[in-house]
Design a protein around this ligand. Structure first.
Ligand SMILES: [Zn+2]
Length: 117
């Protein structure tokens, strides 16, 4: 179970770095989100496979209040819209998708560092 949470944390942290949003506040928000999912991950056998996408979504909710949309779409020039996780509500192979175009941008944990400014 811990392995799944550590993996989820690593993937989301990597995307925080790639999008230039990794700072003490966002990383501690991530740690809180991961801790908050600990009970969930033990709630059913297949939960560990689904937890990464949920951790990412939880963090999006947290950051929305603190600093606004994250991650801002790196694909569209001058974008102010965010990416969202597909499939919603937890699923296998969580992927970042552009809110505007619906195009897949990157798998969770693989956002590129070439974020638009
Ligand atoms: Zn976009």
């Amino acid at each position: 179970m811990d392995e799944a949470l550590l993996d989820a944390r690593a993937r989301v942290l990597s995307d925080l770095h790639a999008s230039g949003a990794a700072d003490p506040a966002s990383v501690s928000a991530l740690d809180e989100v991961v801790a908050g999912r600990r009970w969930w991950v033990t709630s059913w056998d297949e939960a560990p496979a689904y937890v990464a996408g949920l951790v990412a979504q939880d963090l999006q909710d947290e950051l929305l209040e603190e600093r606004g949309r994250w991650p801002v779409c790196p694909r569209c020039a001058g974008a102010t819209h965010a990416l969202y996780i597909h499939p919603d509500l937890g699923g296998l192979d969580p992927t970042w998708v552009c809110e505007e175009t619906g195009q897949q941008v990157a798998p969770l944990g693989r956002l590129s560092g070439a974020a638009a400014t």
